[in-house]
Design a protein around this ligand. Structure first.
Ligand SMILES: [Zn+2]
Ligand SMILES: [Zn+2]
Length: 175
């Protein structure tokens, strides 16, 4: 399961235009991980259980597409499937970034740590919003996939099953 970094390292050097890097990285990943299906779609994602990584071809020119691609492949290699709690999902997201780091190292790519911290912070913000009691603002426990209950005031509330589709920027981020 180890990537063969030799070819990739020569191709993916920093002097190349970014659009080429992501396209070449995708091709290299397809060669190195033939068991993963890379499917063009309207966004980057990992489909647990089916070993499908979807990618957005138009976005391969974007600066962070190598990050997203490696992150989704990280989910695939870690065989992430379903989750029952928001905290599990957060742990999966963080683990996928750790795996993305390993892959990037093997391919000789430097990941932008600020971008990754923004992503993981946005997951934590998301978790914070979902787990905060709307009545008394206590941090609360999740009962099942869609329900939280406050241990302080017994308020119960529901959250959607919608997972994090894309990282967003921190609200307090400075330009
Ligand atoms: Zn993810
Ligand atoms: Zn409460």
């Amino acid at each position: 399961m180890k990537p063969s970094p030799m070819a990739a390292m020569t191709m993916l050097n920093n002097s190349m235009p970014k659009i080429l890097s992501s396209v070449l990285l995708l091709e290299q990943l397809q060669r190195d991980y033939p068991k993963i299906d890379f499917v063009a779609a309207n966004r980057f994602s990992w489909h647990g259980g089916s070993r499908v990584v979807s990618y957005r071809p138009e976005s391969l020119s974007s600066e962070k597409s190598t990050h997203t691609l490696l992150h989704e492949v990280g989910h695939a290699l870690l065989k992430h499937a379903d989750y029952t709690t928001d905290i599990q999902l957060l742990q999966m997201e963080v683990a996928a970034w750790v795996k993305a780091h390993e892959l990037a190292e093997a391919y000789g790519i430097t990941l932008d740590q600020d971008h990754i911290e923004d992503c993981t912070d946005s997951y934590r913000d998301w978790l914070h919003v979902r787990s905060t009691c709307p009545t008394c603002y206590a941090r609360s426990l999740q009962i099942n996939q869609t329900t939280y209950r406050c241990h302080n005031c017994q308020t119960t509330w529901h959250v959607t099953r919608s997972r994090l589709c894309r990282p967003y920027r921190r609200r307090n981020e400075r330009i």
